[in-house]
Design a protein around this ligand. Structure first.
Ligand SMILES: Nc1ncnc2c1ncn2[C@@H]1O[C@H](COP(=O)(O)OP(=O)(O)O)[C@@H](O)[C@H]1O
Ligand SMILES: [Mg+2]
Length: 324
């Protein structure tokens, strides 16, 4: 488990202090897939560099598996680096080395105790690059380069994989391929994944939980479903705009349901029982990692609208009065 307590990071230029991070508290559980979401400049990369010991916080402590990370002690930094792998937006491969040698590099640095060849072949197979092992990065596609990055990051069996905008330089399809690969790797290895991104569709596909950052602070820490159903912070609401139905009409409600109640005839029962009229304006479904959520935008008309809404809520359909 990684625990950040009261972390802040200040940068000083020309006697002006800039607060890149302020009072960040965060616990990352073993085996979870955590998204860190926010606009550019929110402090996400600074946070991730503090987690992997590349920069020292101005205040606060980082604890990894019960050990407080002491940046003055090389042994502590080495132990922490060994337990964390990292992938980047622009892959950061060594261009003069083949795919094979790029993956071998961290094994050499860590003086990998067992058979390196076996481990490299295993990693090439895991990321689907066995047939490209003798190629150089310049002749690979962006998606293939990121696969090399993933193999290299996983080489020493880290407990945590930090991904900083790892799909942001890729097109939609390639990005989805990489996210699917990360899901498969997570299922196989249970490695903790921390995925930093400004793209809400990425957290939607991958994460169990999301932390939203704004102006160097954590403004929301929520299970993935709640982010889409009940966004709390202004940043989440703004990032969610693209997913939402826009209307200025009156009497519109957002009904949110999941696969558990999607087979029931709740809405038609409700219409019959309370004699209401329903006008469907818009509907969409949202595929999260482990469930599908339906959003239905309707107008309700009738004297018993309040009773109808109470009935829906009692049957696990969320009903939100809707105004945008
Ligand atoms: N080394 C640095 N010196 C001064 N300011 C920095 C430095 N690194 C980051 N910052 C500032 O801190 C803020 C957060 O940056 P960053 O963590 O890279 O955000 P994000 O990854 O969310 O885009 C930005 O305003 C950035 O300009
Ligand atoms: Mg960044």
């Amino acid at each position: 488990m990684i625990e950040l307590k009261a972390i802040s990071k200040n940068y000083t230029h020309n006697k002006q202090t800039f607060h890149a991070l302020s009072d960040v508290h965060l616990s990352i559980q073993d085996g979870e897939i955590l998204g860190i979401l926010g606009y550019s400049g929110a402090g996400k990369s600074t946070l991730v560099r503090i987690i992997n010991g590349l920069i020292e916080p101005t205040h606060g402590t980082v604890t990894i598996d019960g050990y407080v990370l002491d940046m003055q002690k090389q042994k502590a930094i080495d132990r922490m680096r060994h337990s964390i792998g990292m992938i980047f937006q622009h892959f950061n491969l060594v261009h003069a080395m083949t795919v094979y040698d790029n993956i071998k590099l961290p094994l050499d640095i860590a003086k990998y105790p067992s058979d390196k060849e076996t481990r490299i072949l295993e990693l090439l197979d895991l990321v689907g690059l066995t047939d490209k092992k003798n190629m150089y990065p310049k002749s690979l596609s962006g998606g293939e380069r990121q696969r090399v990055g993933i193999a290299r990051a996983l080489a020493n069996h880290p407990k945590v994989l930090l991904c900083d905008e790892a799909t942001s330089a890729l097109d939609q399809k390639t990005s989805n391929d990489i996210l699917n690969l990360l899901k498969i790797i997570h299922e196989k290895t249970k490695v903790t994944i921390v995925f930093i991104t400004h793209q809400i569709e990425v957290v939607k596909a991958l994460c169990d939980r999301v932390v939203v950052m704004d102006g160097g602070r954590i403004v929301e820490d929520t299970p993935i479903k709640e982010l889409f159903v009940n966004p709390k912070s202004e940043v989440s609401k703004s990032l969610l705009q693209a997913f939402k139905y826009e209307t200025t009409e009156p009497h519109v409600y957002e009904l949110v349901y999941n696969h558990k109640n999607s087979d029931d005839t709740i809405l038609s029962d409700c219409i019959k029982q309370f004699h209401i009229d329903v006008n469907i304006k818009y509907a969409k479904t949202l595929e999260l990692k482990s469930e599908t959520i339906g959003f239905l935008y309707v107008q309700f008309f009738g004297k018993q609208t309040d009773e109808a809404i109470a009935y829906l809520r009692a049957h696990q359909v969320e009903v939100n009065p809707y105004a945008i």
